[in-house]
Ligand binder design. Structure first.
Ligand code: NDP
Length: 444
């Protein structure tokens, strides 16, 4: 059996009931097959792949807090410190009821390659909890965040592990967590990114993942001789990534006609009204059912459905496995030319393969959504310097980074005989630097 297959089999056996982690490992290792085969003897001897798929450390802890009725609630907290070969662990904190160890491990594993792809010195990690901030009062969210950080603060630091936001963790949660870290550890340092501007945050961090997604999409299309201007786009999600993806797409002359949340989706043939979306989601923390009040000509539908709309480009920006084989078939039938992932692993493996086989340009999340973590690393640099850069400066650096990522993944794919396969290209380009650093640092 080949080394890649052996390691995939081991991962499935040793990590039962973690299907998302298995999926991520399979996706990455399959696309690295050609590199691994070229170095099989050396990698096997040094158990390189076994070390790559085993987190350096994983922490699981109890998070007790008191709700507004005086009832004690208990959630589970996680931090998986996956790989620090090229820099301190870096990756977001997800707060969502679906969170479990397997999901955090899938995200942490993907993060290693994504962070490497940015060209910045950041290792891979991820964390979170099964706490659901939805429907909680500010005081309850604060109680949870303080309890969560009371344990987490023992394991993180500006030079060891720097968490950030993710699903359910926005500026409010980061603020409460930063306050508690500072209070317990008695140190004012850039231990979290996605901070507010008044206490060390970076301009353009809020916009970074969505904007970065569009910078990469634009570059990728232009490499394929296609212009973004005038294209019709379907976006899923209506959170941080989706909102700023829609905003930038419109600034670049495209029209986004959909958005969704976990209860339903909207179709707005005239183009999504970003100001309305921001008010509903960022200010009122409400459901998308509200959207029709702002835009009477739009349609609201319960459940899933954004991929059934006829569009040129699809940008999944909600969550993992939200674009299935059936959706891919529908997109292809409707003449979709590109799918670029704003979320982490939103496209199932069979859907990805179907899209690629049918000539759809496909950019994987670890490249396409790397703008968020890249700008987080820029926030770390500003914190170290105790300086704040202007919006234009950060945005220009973000754009440069996304354009570089785009070329790096395209070149890596071509070098290994897989021209146009950006999944292979992104994984190989991310892997090369990490492996080089792991080999140089010996058996650790
Ligand atoms: P938010 O919490 O701001 O928004 C998530 C959006 O997705 C919401 O509209 C939410 O709807 C929807 N959603 C979440 N879970 C589900 C589900 N199970 N089914 C259907 N819809 C769902 O998160 P972000 O925008 O920050 O993150 C979105 C994706 O992008 C995630 O995969 C994240 O890992 C990835 N990402 C985020 C980065 C960032 O900088 N924020 C960086 C890189 C990747 P509802 O409000 O109803 O829950």
């Amino acid at each position: 059996m080949s080394y890649v297959d052996e390691v995939i089999e081991q991962v499935v056996k040793q990590n039962p009931a973690e299907p998302e982690f298995h999926q991520a490992v399979k996706e990455v290792l399959e696309s690295l097959r050609v590199v691994v085969e070229a170095n099989e003897e050396k990698y096997r001897k040094n158990a390189l792949l076994e070390r790559l798929v085993n987190p350096e450390r994983q922490i699981k802890f109890r998070v007790p807090w008191v709700d507004d009725k005086g009832q004690v609630r208990v959630n589970t907290g996680y931090r998986v410190q996956f790989n620090s070969a090229i820099g301190p662990y870096k990756g977001g904190l997800r707060l969502h009821p679906s969170v479990n160890l397997g999901i955090i491990k899938f995200l942490g594993f993907e993060q290693i390659f994504k962070n490497s792809l940015t060209g910045l010195s950041i290792g891979g990690g991820k964390g979170g909890s099964d706490f659901d901030p939805k429907g909680k009062s500010d005081r309850e969210v604060m109680a949870f965040c303080q309890s969560f950080m009371t344990e987490l603060c023992k394991h993180i630091g500006a030079n060891t592990d720097v968490p950030a936001g993710d699903i359910g963790t926005g500026a409010r949660e980061i603020g409460y967590m930063f306050g508690q870290y500072k209070r317990i550890r008695e140190v004012y340092e850039g231990v979290l990114t996605g901070k507010g501007l008044s206490y060390g945050g970076s301009l353009a961090r809020t916009e970074a993942t969505g904007y970065g997604l569009l910078y990469l999409t634009q570059e990728l299309l232009s490499m394929n001789g296609i212009s973004l201007e005038g294209k019709v786009i379907a976006v899923s999600g209506s959170g941080n990534v989706a909102i700023y993806a829609i905003e930038k797409a419109q600034q670049l002359g495209a029209k986004v006609v959909t958005a969704s949340d976990s209860t339903g989706w909207v179709y707005d043939p005239e183009g999504i009204d970003v100001a309305a979306l921001k008010e509903i989601k960022e200010v009122n923390r409400a459901r998308l059912t509200e959207y029709k009040k702002y835009r009477p000509n739009s349609e609201y539908h319960d459940g899933r459905g954004v991929w059934s709309v006829k569009v040129d480009i699809a940008l999944p920006c909600a969550t993992q496995n939200e674009l299935t084989l059936e959706d891919a078939k529908q997109l292809v039938a409707n003449g979709c030319i590109a799918v670029c992932e704003g979320a982490n692993m939103p496209t199932t493996l069979d859907a990805t393969e179907y899209l690629q086989k049918n000539g759809v340009i496909f950019a994987p999340g670890k490249a396409a959504n790397a703008g968020g973590v890249a700008t987080s690393a820029l926030e770390m640099s500003q914190n170290s310097e105790r300086l704040s850069w202007s919006f234009a400066e950060v945005d220009a650096k973000l754009k440069d980074i996304m354009v570089n990522i785009c070329h790096n993944m395209a070149n890596a794919a071509e070098r290994y005989g897989a021209k146009g396969n950006y999944v292979v290209g992104a994984n190989i380009a991310g892997f090369e630097k990490v492996v080089d650093a792991m080999e140089a640092q010996g058996i650790v």
